[in-house]
Design a protein around this ligand. Structure first.
Ligand code: IMP
Length: 214
């Protein structure tokens, strides 16, 4: 009999993505919807946020044998000391992509690729799983830089202002200005196909990291 993992998320796309990875390992993934509001602590790290969500959701598991998954992500901009980070959803709602570009406008350069370090940022994701006994964590990162302007209409969130660094043949991220086998060629996540974005995805990496510990 396959073991059930409840995924606490409002996003069905994330459930599908988790299914892709976990079904083949013999786990059944189902979306967990809780009526009462889950609060996010004022913590500056994704692990604490994910852990707080697990603790609040655990009493809602009908079968204590089941597992519980949460996932939290954010955009961390180096020159803003990691802002918006754990406040990414709030920052998106309030100042949006344009607000982030304004905050970085003093870092404008003629050549944003060569000057990528100045606008360096990374998406980070933490996946946390209650396995019936304890919480195990996986983390994933996607380094890159913030574009000079909004570009592309695909994706969500900060996708239209984020350009990932290229990946080498093994899928590892390179550093600013280096060319690798997988590249968006300077395009933001908002201007590439979802399939392409998945190759760089912090979320997929976090889930894979978690899976190696199952
Ligand atoms: P969540 O924890 O996955 O809901 O992400 C929190 C916030 O981070 C989102 O509302 C977005 O603003 C931002 N974010 C996380 N992942 C991505 C991504 O892959 N692309 C764009 N924005 C993202």
């Amino acid at each position: 009999m396959s073991k059930k993992i409840w995924f606490l998320t409002g996003n069905l796309g994330k459930v599908k993505e988790a299914e892709q990875h976990l079904n083949k390992l013999g786990y059944e993934v189902e979306q967990l919807i809780i009526d009462e509001e889950i609060s996010e602590p004022q913590a500056d790290d994704l692990y604490l946020v994910a852990q707080a969500k697990i603790n609040q959701a655990l009493p809602h598991l009908a079968n204590k044998e089941d597992m519980l998954l949460v996932e939290d992500a954010g955009l961390f901009i180096q020159n803003l000391n990691g802002f918006p980070g754990v406040y990414s959803a709030y920052a998106l709602k309030t100042i949006g992509c344009n607000g982030i570009l304004k905050l970085l406008s003093h870092l404008q350069s003629q050549d944003p690729v060569m000057n990528g370090q100045l606008r360096e940022a990374e998406f980070q994701a933490v996946a946390a799983l209650w396995n019936g006994q304890e919480i195990i964590f996986g983390n994933g990162k996607c380094p890159g830089w913030i574009s000079q302007e909004i570009n592309g209409e695909d994706g969500f969130g900060f996708d239209p202002i984020f350009v990932p660094f290229d990946l080498d043949g093994l899928g590892n991220a390179l550093t600013a200005g280096n060319y690798g086998e997988t590249s968006t060629h300077g395009a933001t996540f908002g201007a590439v196909e979802l399939e392409k974005k998945q190759l760089f995805s912090h979320r997929t990496r976090a889930l894979n990291d978690l899976i190696t510990q199952l």
